[in-house]
Design a protein around this ligand. Structure first.
Ligand SMILES: Nc1nc2c(c(=O)[nH]1)N[C@H]1C(S)=C(S)[C@@H](COP(=O)(O)O)O[C@H]1N2
Ligand SMILES: [Mo]
Length: 386
Protein backbone atom coordinates (compact mmCIF):
# COMPACT_ATOMS: atom_id res chain seq x y z
CA UNK A 1 0.00 0.00 0.00
CA UNK A 2 1.29 3.43 -0.87
CA UNK A 3 1.12 6.08 1.83
CA UNK A 4 -0.42 9.37 0.77
CA UNK A 5 2.13 12.09 0.16
CA UNK A 6 2.66 14.42 3.14
CA UNK A 7 0.87 17.77 2.79
CA UNK A 8 2.69 20.76 1.44
CA UNK A 9 1.80 24.41 1.79
CA UNK A 10 -0.09 24.09 -1.50
CA UNK A 11 -2.45 21.57 0.10
CA UNK A 12 -4.14 24.49 1.90
CA UNK A 13 -5.39 26.78 -0.86
CA UNK A 14 -8.32 28.25 1.11
CA UNK A 15 -8.60 32.03 1.22
CA UNK A 16 -8.74 31.67 4.99
CA UNK A 17 -5.03 30.81 4.99
CA UNK A 18 -4.14 33.80 2.81
CA UNK A 19 -1.75 36.52 4.05
CA UNK A 20 -4.62 39.02 3.93
CA UNK A 21 -6.47 36.94 6.55
CA UNK A 22 -3.34 36.72 8.68
CA UNK A 23 -2.84 40.49 8.36
CA UNK A 24 -6.36 41.38 9.49
CA UNK A 25 -6.38 39.02 12.48
CA UNK A 26 -2.78 40.02 13.18
CA UNK A 27 -3.84 43.66 13.51
CA UNK A 28 -6.44 42.83 16.16
CA UNK A 29 -3.99 40.58 17.92
CA UNK A 30 -1.29 43.26 17.78
CA UNK A 31 -3.62 45.84 19.30
CA UNK A 32 -4.66 43.52 22.13
CA UNK A 33 -1.03 42.55 22.82
CA UNK A 34 0.04 46.22 22.85
CA UNK A 35 -2.69 47.15 25.36
CA UNK A 36 -1.83 44.13 27.48
CA UNK A 37 1.88 44.92 27.44
CA UNK A 38 1.55 48.63 28.29
CA UNK A 39 -0.98 48.09 31.09
CA UNK A 40 1.20 45.26 32.40
CA UNK A 41 4.24 47.56 32.45
CA UNK A 42 2.22 50.10 34.41
CA UNK A 43 1.23 47.45 36.92
CA UNK A 44 4.81 46.25 37.22
CA UNK A 45 6.14 49.76 37.79
CA UNK A 46 3.50 50.37 40.45
CA UNK A 47 4.94 47.45 42.37
CA UNK A 48 8.62 47.92 41.47
CA UNK A 49 9.08 51.61 40.72
CA UNK A 50 12.33 52.59 39.07
CA UNK A 51 13.74 55.77 40.65
CA UNK A 52 13.19 57.85 37.50
CA UNK A 53 9.51 57.11 37.28
CA UNK A 54 6.90 59.27 38.95
CA UNK A 55 3.56 57.57 39.46
CA UNK A 56 0.76 60.00 40.35
CA UNK A 57 -1.86 59.20 42.99
CA UNK A 58 -4.65 60.41 40.69
CA UNK A 59 -6.91 59.69 38.90
CA UNK A 60 -7.97 57.58 41.86
CA UNK A 61 -9.39 54.77 39.72
CA UNK A 62 -6.67 54.75 37.07
CA UNK A 63 -5.20 51.45 38.22
CA UNK A 64 -8.61 49.85 38.29
CA UNK A 65 -9.00 50.79 34.61
CA UNK A 66 -5.51 49.76 33.51
CA UNK A 67 -5.61 46.44 35.35
CA UNK A 68 -9.13 45.74 34.08
CA UNK A 69 -7.83 46.40 30.56
CA UNK A 70 -4.78 44.21 31.17
CA UNK A 71 -6.82 41.17 32.12
CA UNK A 72 -9.44 41.89 29.45
CA UNK A 73 -6.93 42.30 26.62
CA UNK A 74 -4.96 39.26 27.80
CA UNK A 75 -8.14 37.17 27.82
CA UNK A 76 -9.16 38.37 24.36
CA UNK A 77 -5.69 37.53 23.03
CA UNK A 78 -6.42 33.82 23.63
CA UNK A 79 -9.10 33.40 20.88
CA UNK A 80 -7.28 35.83 18.60
CA UNK A 81 -4.02 33.92 18.91
CA UNK A 82 -5.74 30.61 18.25
CA UNK A 83 -7.36 32.09 15.12
CA UNK A 84 -4.04 33.53 13.94
CA UNK A 85 -2.25 30.22 14.44
CA UNK A 86 -4.98 28.38 12.57
CA UNK A 87 -4.74 30.84 9.69
CA UNK A 88 -1.01 30.37 9.26
CA UNK A 89 -0.52 26.74 10.25
CA UNK A 90 -0.09 25.53 6.63
CA UNK A 91 3.26 27.32 6.80
CA UNK A 92 4.39 24.43 8.96
CA UNK A 93 4.36 22.31 5.80
CA UNK A 94 6.38 24.73 3.70
CA UNK A 95 9.62 23.29 2.39
CA UNK A 96 12.78 24.64 3.95
CA UNK A 97 15.10 25.97 1.25
CA UNK A 98 17.77 23.37 0.66
CA UNK A 99 20.77 23.27 0.25
CA UNK A 100 21.55 25.97 2.84
CA UNK A 101 21.82 29.43 1.36
CA UNK A 102 21.49 32.98 2.61
CA UNK A 103 17.77 32.69 2.12
CA UNK A 104 17.71 29.51 4.18
CA UNK A 105 19.44 31.37 6.99
CA UNK A 106 16.83 34.16 7.04
CA UNK A 107 14.05 31.59 6.90
CA UNK A 108 15.57 29.70 9.83
CA UNK A 109 15.90 32.93 11.83
CA UNK A 110 12.35 33.87 11.04
CA UNK A 111 11.02 30.49 12.08
CA UNK A 112 13.14 30.57 15.20
CA UNK A 113 11.63 33.91 16.18
CA UNK A 114 8.13 32.55 15.58
CA UNK A 115 8.89 29.52 17.71
CA UNK A 116 10.04 31.81 20.52
CA UNK A 117 7.04 34.10 20.02
CA UNK A 118 4.41 31.38 20.04
CA UNK A 119 5.85 29.42 22.93
CA UNK A 120 6.41 32.46 25.16
CA UNK A 121 2.94 33.78 24.36
CA UNK A 122 1.40 30.43 25.20
CA UNK A 123 3.23 30.35 28.53
CA UNK A 124 2.41 34.00 29.23
CA UNK A 125 -1.30 33.51 28.59
CA UNK A 126 -1.34 30.29 30.57
CA UNK A 127 0.34 31.79 33.63
CA UNK A 128 -1.72 34.98 33.34
CA UNK A 129 -5.00 33.12 33.09
CA UNK A 130 -4.19 30.82 35.99
CA UNK A 131 -3.22 33.91 37.96
CA UNK A 132 -6.79 35.21 37.60
CA UNK A 133 -7.87 31.88 39.13
CA UNK A 134 -5.39 32.44 41.98
CA UNK A 135 -3.80 29.17 41.06
CA UNK A 136 0.00 28.93 40.98
CA UNK A 137 0.85 25.30 40.17
CA UNK A 138 4.49 25.95 39.25
CA UNK A 139 7.80 26.26 41.09
CA UNK A 140 8.83 29.64 39.64
CA UNK A 141 7.75 33.07 40.92
CA UNK A 142 4.75 34.28 38.90
CA UNK A 143 5.41 38.01 38.84
CA UNK A 144 9.04 37.92 37.70
CA UNK A 145 8.38 35.19 35.14
CA UNK A 146 5.32 36.92 33.71
CA UNK A 147 7.29 40.15 33.43
CA UNK A 148 10.40 38.63 31.82
CA UNK A 149 8.29 36.69 29.30
CA UNK A 150 6.57 39.94 28.30
CA UNK A 151 9.88 41.42 27.16
CA UNK A 152 10.82 38.28 25.25
CA UNK A 153 7.44 38.42 23.52
CA UNK A 154 7.93 42.07 22.57
CA UNK A 155 11.38 41.31 21.16
CA UNK A 156 10.24 38.29 19.17
CA UNK A 157 7.18 40.20 17.98
CA UNK A 158 9.30 43.07 16.67
CA UNK A 159 11.50 40.61 14.76
CA UNK A 160 8.39 38.93 13.38
CA UNK A 161 6.87 42.26 12.30
CA UNK A 162 10.12 43.40 10.69
CA UNK A 163 10.43 40.17 8.70
CA UNK A 164 6.80 40.26 7.62
CA UNK A 165 6.61 43.99 6.99
CA UNK A 166 6.58 43.78 3.18
CA UNK A 167 3.80 41.17 3.30
CA UNK A 168 1.86 43.14 5.91
CA UNK A 169 2.08 46.32 3.83
CA UNK A 170 0.92 44.49 0.71
CA UNK A 171 -2.14 43.12 2.49
CA UNK A 172 -2.89 45.99 4.87
CA UNK A 173 -5.65 47.18 2.54
CA UNK A 174 -8.03 44.95 0.69
CA UNK A 175 -6.93 44.48 -2.91
CA UNK A 176 -9.29 43.71 -5.81
CA UNK A 177 -7.83 40.22 -5.82
CA UNK A 178 -9.06 39.74 -2.25
CA UNK A 179 -12.62 40.21 -3.40
CA UNK A 180 -12.43 37.32 -5.80
CA UNK A 181 -12.24 33.84 -4.33
CA UNK A 182 -8.65 32.69 -4.37
CA UNK A 183 -9.44 29.40 -6.02
CA UNK A 184 -12.81 29.35 -7.70
CA UNK A 185 -12.32 25.77 -8.69
CA UNK A 186 -12.16 24.47 -5.13
CA UNK A 187 -14.99 22.34 -3.84
CA UNK A 188 -17.44 24.22 -1.58
CA UNK A 189 -16.42 22.13 1.41
CA UNK A 190 -13.13 24.00 1.40
CA UNK A 191 -14.30 27.46 0.42
CA UNK A 192 -17.55 27.27 2.42
CA UNK A 193 -16.57 29.80 5.08
CA UNK A 194 -15.79 33.13 3.50
CA UNK A 195 -13.04 35.33 4.78
CA UNK A 196 -15.62 37.81 6.04
CA UNK A 197 -17.38 34.91 7.77
CA UNK A 198 -14.15 33.95 9.49
CA UNK A 199 -13.51 37.55 10.60
CA UNK A 200 -17.01 37.77 12.04
CA UNK A 201 -16.60 34.46 13.85
CA UNK A 202 -13.26 35.45 15.35
CA UNK A 203 -14.41 38.96 16.29
CA UNK A 204 -17.57 37.48 17.78
CA UNK A 205 -15.64 34.91 19.80
CA UNK A 206 -13.21 37.56 21.10
CA UNK A 207 -16.09 39.89 22.04
CA UNK A 208 -18.00 37.11 23.76
CA UNK A 209 -14.98 36.03 25.79
CA UNK A 210 -14.35 39.68 26.66
CA UNK A 211 -17.83 40.71 27.79
CA UNK A 212 -18.44 37.53 29.77
CA UNK A 213 -15.23 37.99 31.77
CA UNK A 214 -14.83 41.77 32.19
CA UNK A 215 -17.62 41.74 34.80
CA UNK A 216 -14.92 40.89 37.35
CA UNK A 217 -13.88 44.54 37.24
CA UNK A 218 -16.94 46.25 35.70
CA UNK A 219 -19.87 45.65 38.08
CA UNK A 220 -22.48 46.57 35.45
CA UNK A 221 -21.46 43.48 33.47
CA UNK A 222 -21.41 41.27 36.56
CA UNK A 223 -24.67 39.45 35.77
CA UNK A 224 -23.31 38.08 32.46
CA UNK A 225 -19.79 37.43 33.74
CA UNK A 226 -20.02 33.65 33.38
CA UNK A 227 -16.32 33.41 32.53
CA UNK A 228 -15.16 35.68 35.37
CA UNK A 229 -13.29 33.63 37.97
CA UNK A 230 -14.19 36.11 40.75
CA UNK A 231 -17.44 37.93 41.44
CA UNK A 232 -16.36 41.33 42.77
CA UNK A 233 -19.44 41.88 44.94
CA UNK A 234 -19.30 38.48 46.63
CA UNK A 235 -17.62 38.54 50.01
CA UNK A 236 -18.12 39.82 53.54
CA UNK A 237 -18.96 43.55 53.64
CA UNK A 238 -19.58 43.47 49.88
CA UNK A 239 -15.95 42.91 48.95
CA UNK A 240 -14.02 39.75 48.05
CA UNK A 241 -11.22 38.58 50.30
CA UNK A 242 -8.02 37.80 48.59
CA UNK A 243 -6.16 36.32 51.51
CA UNK A 244 -7.83 35.46 54.77
CA UNK A 245 -6.41 36.32 58.17
CA UNK A 246 -6.03 32.60 58.83
CA UNK A 247 -3.95 32.09 55.65
CA UNK A 248 -1.82 35.09 56.59
CA UNK A 249 -1.37 33.77 60.13
CA UNK A 250 -3.04 36.78 61.74
CA UNK A 251 -5.15 35.90 64.76
CA UNK A 252 -6.59 39.29 65.76
CA UNK A 253 -5.55 41.60 68.57
CA UNK A 254 -5.40 41.57 72.35
CA UNK A 255 -5.72 44.36 74.91
CA UNK A 256 -2.04 45.30 74.58
CA UNK A 257 -2.36 46.06 70.89
CA UNK A 258 -0.88 49.38 69.84
CA UNK A 259 -0.59 51.17 66.55
CA UNK A 260 2.80 52.85 66.37
CA UNK A 261 4.48 55.43 64.17
CA UNK A 262 8.24 55.84 63.94
CA UNK A 263 8.92 59.35 62.68
CA UNK A 264 10.73 62.37 64.12
CA UNK A 265 8.38 61.66 67.08
CA UNK A 266 7.44 58.16 68.18
CA UNK A 267 3.69 57.74 68.58
CA UNK A 268 1.62 54.93 69.98
CA UNK A 269 -2.18 54.58 70.04
CA UNK A 270 -4.69 52.06 71.25
CA UNK A 271 -7.52 51.10 68.90
CA UNK A 272 -9.86 53.21 71.05
CA UNK A 273 -7.64 56.22 70.55
CA UNK A 274 -7.51 55.65 66.79
CA UNK A 275 -11.30 55.60 66.76
CA UNK A 276 -11.40 58.98 68.58
CA UNK A 277 -9.52 60.71 65.72
CA UNK A 278 -11.54 62.72 63.20
CA UNK A 279 -12.50 60.12 60.58
CA UNK A 280 -12.34 60.81 56.85
CA UNK A 281 -14.17 59.01 54.11
CA UNK A 282 -12.85 57.73 50.78
CA UNK A 283 -14.66 55.87 48.03
CA UNK A 284 -11.91 53.77 46.53
CA UNK A 285 -11.67 50.39 44.82
CA UNK A 286 -9.59 47.41 45.67
CA UNK A 287 -8.12 46.62 42.23
CA UNK A 288 -6.45 43.26 42.56
CA UNK A 289 -3.63 42.32 40.21
CA UNK A 290 -5.38 38.97 39.92
CA UNK A 291 -8.06 40.67 37.87
CA UNK A 292 -11.03 41.64 40.02
CA UNK A 293 -11.91 45.13 41.18
CA UNK A 294 -14.58 46.42 43.48
CA UNK A 295 -15.30 49.89 44.82
CA UNK A 296 -16.01 50.39 48.51
CA UNK A 297 -16.51 53.12 51.08
CA UNK A 298 -13.68 53.39 53.57
CA UNK A 299 -13.49 55.41 56.77
CA UNK A 300 -10.40 56.11 58.80
CA UNK A 301 -7.60 58.53 59.55
CA UNK A 302 -5.72 60.36 56.85
CA UNK A 303 -2.15 59.10 56.69
CA UNK A 304 -0.92 62.65 56.15
CA UNK A 305 -2.57 63.75 59.43
CA UNK A 306 -0.78 60.95 61.28
CA UNK A 307 2.50 61.93 59.62
CA UNK A 308 2.10 65.59 60.68
CA UNK A 309 1.45 64.44 64.28
CA UNK A 310 4.67 62.46 64.19
CA UNK A 311 6.51 65.54 62.96
CA UNK A 312 7.20 64.22 59.44
CA UNK A 313 7.13 66.99 56.80
CA UNK A 314 5.06 66.77 53.60
CA UNK A 315 7.01 64.81 51.00
CA UNK A 316 7.86 61.99 53.40
CA UNK A 317 7.84 58.39 52.22
CA UNK A 318 6.34 55.80 54.50
CA UNK A 319 6.86 52.12 55.09
CA UNK A 320 3.69 50.31 56.09
CA UNK A 321 4.08 47.25 58.31
CA UNK A 322 1.47 44.55 58.82
CA UNK A 323 1.02 42.23 61.77
CA UNK A 324 1.40 39.46 59.18
CA UNK A 325 4.79 37.79 59.58
CA UNK A 326 6.72 37.25 56.36
CA UNK A 327 5.08 36.93 52.98
CA UNK A 328 5.29 39.32 50.04
CA UNK A 329 2.51 41.59 51.27
CA UNK A 330 3.49 42.02 54.91
CA UNK A 331 4.94 45.45 54.14
CA UNK A 332 4.44 48.09 51.49
CA UNK A 333 5.75 51.55 50.79
CA UNK A 334 3.77 54.72 50.22
CA UNK A 335 5.65 57.15 47.94
CA UNK A 336 5.38 60.75 49.16
CA UNK A 337 2.61 61.69 46.76
CA UNK A 338 0.46 58.79 47.96
CA UNK A 339 1.20 59.45 51.63
CA UNK A 340 0.20 63.12 51.18
CA UNK A 341 -2.98 62.38 49.23
CA UNK A 342 -6.07 63.19 51.35
CA UNK A 343 -7.70 59.99 50.06
CA UNK A 344 -4.99 57.78 51.57
CA UNK A 345 -6.32 56.43 54.85
CA UNK A 346 -5.50 54.18 57.69
CA UNK A 347 -8.94 52.63 57.27
CA UNK A 348 -10.84 51.31 60.30
CA UNK A 349 -14.22 50.89 58.65
CA UNK A 350 -15.51 49.41 55.41
CA UNK A 351 -18.94 49.98 53.88
CA UNK A 352 -20.39 51.32 57.11
CA UNK A 353 -19.07 48.72 59.56
CA UNK A 354 -15.88 47.99 61.45
CA UNK A 355 -13.35 46.14 59.24
CA UNK A 356 -13.77 42.40 59.49
CA UNK A 357 -10.65 40.47 60.45
CA UNK A 358 -10.29 39.13 56.89
CA UNK A 359 -10.47 42.66 55.47
CA UNK A 360 -7.61 43.79 57.72
CA UNK A 361 -9.00 44.49 61.20
CA UNK A 362 -8.13 46.55 63.10
CA UNK A 363 -6.54 48.84 60.49
CA UNK A 364 -5.45 48.74 56.89
CA UNK A 365 -4.15 51.03 54.18
CA UNK A 366 -6.38 52.24 51.40
CA UNK A 367 -4.92 54.60 48.81
CA UNK A 368 -6.00 55.85 45.37
CA UNK A 369 -4.60 54.49 42.09
CA UNK A 370 -2.82 51.48 43.56
CA UNK A 371 -2.80 47.72 43.01
CA UNK A 372 -4.62 45.71 45.67
CA UNK A 373 -1.37 44.00 46.67
CA UNK A 374 -0.20 47.33 48.09
CA UNK A 375 -3.37 47.95 50.13
CA UNK A 376 -1.78 46.36 53.19
CA UNK A 377 -4.07 44.73 55.75
CA UNK A 378 -3.63 44.30 59.53
CA UNK A 379 -1.40 47.37 59.75
CA UNK A 380 0.19 48.06 63.13
CA UNK A 381 3.17 50.22 62.31
CA UNK A 382 4.20 53.11 60.06
CA UNK A 383 7.79 54.09 59.54
CA UNK A 384 8.75 57.44 58.05
CA UNK A 385 11.58 56.75 55.60
CA UNK A 386 12.54 60.21 54.42
N1 LIG B 1 -0.87 42.00 55.04
C1 LIG B 1 -1.48 41.69 53.87
N2 LIG B 1 -2.15 42.66 53.21
C2 LIG B 1 -2.76 42.41 52.03
C3 LIG B 1 -2.69 41.11 51.44
C4 LIG B 1 -1.98 40.10 52.15
O1 LIG B 1 -1.89 38.95 51.72
N3 LIG B 1 -1.39 40.43 53.35
N4 LIG B 1 -3.31 40.87 50.24
C5 LIG B 1 -3.41 42.06 49.36
C6 LIG B 1 -4.17 41.82 48.14
S1 LIG B 1 -3.42 40.88 46.95
C7 LIG B 1 -5.37 42.43 47.89
S2 LIG B 1 -6.12 42.32 46.40
C8 LIG B 1 -6.07 43.18 48.96
C9 LIG B 1 -7.44 42.60 49.11
O2 LIG B 1 -8.11 43.17 50.19
P1 LIG B 1 -9.43 42.46 50.73
O3 LIG B 1 -9.07 41.04 51.05
O4 LIG B 1 -9.90 43.26 51.90
O5 LIG B 1 -10.43 42.55 49.59
O6 LIG B 1 -5.37 43.13 50.18
C10 LIG B 1 -3.99 43.26 50.08
N5 LIG B 1 -3.42 43.40 51.41
MO1 LIG C 1 -4.52 41.28 45.01
Amino acid sequence: MKLPAPPTEKSFPSALHHPRTATVIGRWLGLAVAICFLTGLFSHFQQDSPAWLHIPSRPASLYRVTQGLHVLSGTVVIPLLLAKLWTVYPKLFAKLPWPPSRKALTTALERGSILVLVSTMALELFTGFLNTLQWYPWPFPFKQTHYALAWIIVGALLVHLAVKLPLILTHWRRTPADRAPIADSLPPAITGLTRRGLFRTVAGAATLVGITSVGQSVPALGPIAVLAPRKPNVGPQGLPINRTAKDAGVAGIDADWRFTIAGPRQLSYTLDELQQFPQSRADLPIACVEGWSQGARWEGIRIRDLLRLSGAPPGSRVRVVSMEKGGFYATSELPAEFADDPLTLLALRLNGAELSLDHGFPARIIAPNRPGVLQTKWVHHLEVIS
